[in-house]
Write a protein that binds this ligand. Sequence first.
Ligand code: PLP
Ligand code: TYF
Length: 390
Amino acid sequence: MFDKLKEQPADSLLALINTFHADPREYKVDLGVGVYRDEHGRTPVMRAVKLAEAYLLETQDSKRYLGPQGDLSFVSLLKPIIFGAGPNLGDRIVGIQTPGGSGALRIGAELVAAANPNAQVWLGTPSWPNHAPIFRSARLAVKDYSFVDLATQKIDFARVVEALSSATAGDVVLIHGCCHNPTGIDFTAEQWKQVAALLVEQKLVPFIDLAYQGLGDGLEQDAEPARFILDSVDEAMVAYSCDKNFGLYRERVGALYLASRNSMDLYIADTNMASLARVNWSMPPDHGAAIVRAILESKELTGIWKTELQEMCARVNGNRAELAAAHPDLAFIATQRGLFSNLAMSKETAAALRLKHGIYLADSGRMNLAGMQPADADAIVKALHAEGAL
Ligand code: PLP
Ligand code: TYF
């Protein structure tokens, strides 16, 4: 049987982790995979997380099953962080705990396929490399359109309008809620308004991927566009990840939320999420979500977490400012948000930057701004210049 299988390529972003560690050079800079790094180049366990883990170790008195929806206190404590403290939140939004934002995208994709197998999923490119495969593996057709022109570092908004205008009622539109991966370029307030109007006019369902809340401009600011879209439409889906903003990556913490103005539809959709979770992983792993719950249940821990997250956000934006100031052609980096910016370059250039200069970025030219120190800016610019990327 196995002889019928075709070899599959490794995830090139994840593969960079090992290549970087195997590089014996003293000077090297890891701008590869999207994890936060501090001023020592480490990805630390956050202090609020350590405290919550100590609290859990002391107080957790059972590891009995929780069920396919996971920890529902976690799901509801996160709601005001994401959606704000407005009224009727409970009536309009239901959610389940998932293994990371990836699990939320997976269940969301299968939910779309169950509700409307003919739905097309509109995906602006470039995007996170797992988006299209996740939707395709749920047997949905993916329609991609050019979102950002890397040469100009601008959203090709005419293309966005053209794509959404040609979509069919009931189609799904994948939207990065903030901190676009890989470009760091999000819609302006005016563009968000136009996108919302198009979604309503064309009767499209937004599927908002929110994986970096708090790492752009701050927790509230980063959630505003998603809240605005949810206010505008009748139905929406949100795939949420706590893996970056709580630094919990390998613990796999996320949630899938559905919004609808019809409470019966919402109730039925909720039962579908649970049954899809059951056939995928039965129940999500508990530990990471329990940590987030413990943090959000405690005013003190929540305060510590928010302060740490603000510091992380400020460090990334400080690195952006530093690199932008190091060369006029990189000025755009200071205006972009989140962990990533994507330079226009060939994969040969990206390889030369790694091999000749120890500057590790993705083959696509994507760089993780959290991976550098301010003092690396000049070396990065020099290497980009030497390889003709500036
Ligand atoms: N969506 C985007 C845009 C991401 O960059 C990531 C990163 O991993 C995810 C979703 C998935 O997050 P998680 O690690 O929680 O599955
Ligand atoms: O884009 C990134 O670097 C992060 C981490 O298969 C990641 O989202 C990358 C690839 C992958 C899973 C997570």
